[in-house]
Design a protein around this ligand. Structure first.
Ligand code: NIG
Ligand code: FE
Length: 411
């Protein structure tokens, strides 16, 4: 290590907490972290770090006594950009009408499509920016964001451009995903095969050329895209240079997890009704399972078999699924609470699943997701002295300060 002074030095933290190997959460008591040029340059016990690192006149020193320091949360699955509200549908669901039945009556995703098509780019940026500000306040420093609420080419491009503009205007780093296969658009309800052809032959290759998305996702579900449709869509996306994700086995078991393994998807998401064979196939192929307990909670449905996945050695990740139909939760600490209470994850597992494993689900784990020398300094200072307080104080925001790329952005 050279002797240049750090830009930021956090000392005396009750705990510095970071994912280490596998499911091991490392806890450094009376810890410190030093940051220079947006990266972590030292981490350890305060006494050791201040012996190795000498602050300069410009160094910002934060005394984190009584607080914890941990990596920023990574939310690997959101439908953050949309217009309108589905409060009416929510009350229908409370009366017992199932989610998929509402969709088949023309509600559901297609009701948000109607509103999103009408919205201007500025409207979409403004409403999503307000959500992002709240996510950031709850400690999310990186989020994946999907298109899929326009389902025509101009509208999907408008959504992807919204994500691009949001990335420039606020601190949460965004990972864009193209989801033209979120639902069949109203124009193609009677000629669904034509829409799959259009996606495969025209729309996906166009998106690949424009560098507006890193991933392609598809809603593989009974009544939406079949496994065969999804295979064609994902193969076309791979051909176009996009990485792959799947909404798999959310409402019924259809074989989305097996398909994710077959096509080499980075992640398979939801997995409420995944089969043992699907989990085994994911393990063999290195697919990251993304579990979204907020959607199960909001839909009053079953929860994904997270423990069975962990027993198989799968690197379970957690996300919000933030969207207007199946989960309005914006907070990763609330998702961590649900994961402990409903998926039976330990607090240690839930924290790893929402930081390092979530980074794996968006292929960013070499840059973010843990506190290690050389990694990007995306960090949270929490006003709690023990990390287990995150799920325990369910619904309470533990975040004190948010540091993004080494800069103290929120206090
Ligand atoms: O992840 N399941 C498909 N997509 C979303 C729901 C979208 C909506 O209802 O608007 C999900 O649950
Ligand atoms: Fe989703």
């Amino acid at each position: 290590m050279d002797n240049l002074p750090p830009n930021l030095l956090i000392v005396n933290a009750a705990q510095v907490v970071t994912p280490a190997k596998e499911w091991n959460l490392k806890v450094i008591k009376n810890g410190a972290v030093a940051v220079r040029d947006g990266k972590i340059v030292d981490i350890g016990r305060t006494g050791d770090v201040i012996y190795r690192v000498e602050p300069g006149a410009e160094t910002l020193i934060i005394d984190a006594a009584g607080k914890i320091v941990m990596p920023g949360f990574v939310d690997p699955h959101t439908h953050l950009v949309y217009a309108g509200s589905r409060a009416e549908e929510f009350t229908l669901r409370l009366q017992g009408v199932p989610y998929m039945e509402i969709a088949s009556r023309g509600g559901g995703i297609n009701s948000t499509v109607k509103a999103t098509r009408k919205a201007s780019l500025d409207d979409l940026v403004d409403s999503a920016k307000a959500r992002l500000a709240r996510m950031f306040a709850w400690g999310t420093t990186t989020a994946e964001v999907k298109s899929g609420y326009a389902l025509n080419h101009a509208g999907e491009l408008k959504m992807l451009m919204t994500i691009q503009q949001l990335a420039l205007e606020q601190p949460v780093e965004l990972v864009p995903t193209y989801m033209g296969a979120h639902e069949f658009p109203p124009e193609y309800q009677e000629k669904r095969g034509e829409y799959v052809d259009l996606l495969v032959k025209t729309l996906i290759p166009e998106i690949g050329k424009k560098w507006l998305a890193e991933f392609c996702d598809v809603f593989t579900e009974k009544g939406v895209f079949s496994v065969d449709d999804s295979r064609r869509i994902l193969e076309a996306a791979k051909e176009a240079g996009l990485m792959l994700k799947i909404h798999a086995d959310e409402i019924v078991h259809l074989g989305g997890a097996e398909l994710a393994a077959e096509v080499g998807a980075v992640s398979a998401d939801h997995l409420v009704h995944v089969s043992p064979e699907g989990m085994d196939a994911m393990k063999r192929a290195g697919v990251v399972p993304v579990i979204l307990p907020g959607a199960s909670f909001f839909l009053n449905s079953d929860f994904a078999p997270a423990r069975a996945m962990i027993e198989r050695g799968l690197p379970v990740a957690l996300g919000t699924d933030l969207n207007p139909g199946t989960c309005t939760i914006e907070s990763m600490p609330i998702i961590i609470g649900l994961a402990c209470l409903k998926l039976k994850l330990t607090p240690e597992e839930a924290i790893i699943a929402s930081t390092l494993n979530a980074a794996k689900a968006i292929r960013r784990d070499s840059i973010i997701g843990s506190l290690e020398v050389g990694k990007q300094a995306d960090m949270l200072i929490m006003k709690i002295s023990d990390y287990r307080e995150i799920p325990y104080r369910f619904g309470v925001n533990p975040v004190d300060m948010v540091i993004k790329k080494g800069k103290l952005v929120r206090q």
